[in-house]
Design a protein around this ligand. Sequence first.
Ligand SMILES: [Zn+2]
Length: 125
Amino acid sequence: MIATAVSIVFLWICFAVVTAIAGSSRGRAPALWALLGLLFGPFALVAALVLPRKLGHTHVACPACAEPVLRAATICRYCGSKLAGIVGPSAADRELTAAITKRAERWALAIVGGIALAAFIIAAS
Ligand SMILES: [Zn+2]
């Protein structure tokens, strides 16, 4: 009985760590994603894995294909466009970041809603 409880706690801590790594690799706050992984386990991990990469100080959107590329890059790794002259976030860059954030928020809301619905169905049965 205690061994089972310890296994479940260990599994949930693993979810927290892997979710933090997945969130961090997409430019998100690792501590927040560790907390989400601890609270929601596999659901948070799936959410972190489907998150689009957040543009930050290190990346800009390619003006040709809109994929995130390193700010220091001179050629887009996705479409091969020359990137010389990109020095700061453009209006298109800010627009893309806002769109990505909005999509991530919708995903998070859908996942939390799904968990709440599942908890309600389990509690009602
Ligand atoms: Zn490109």
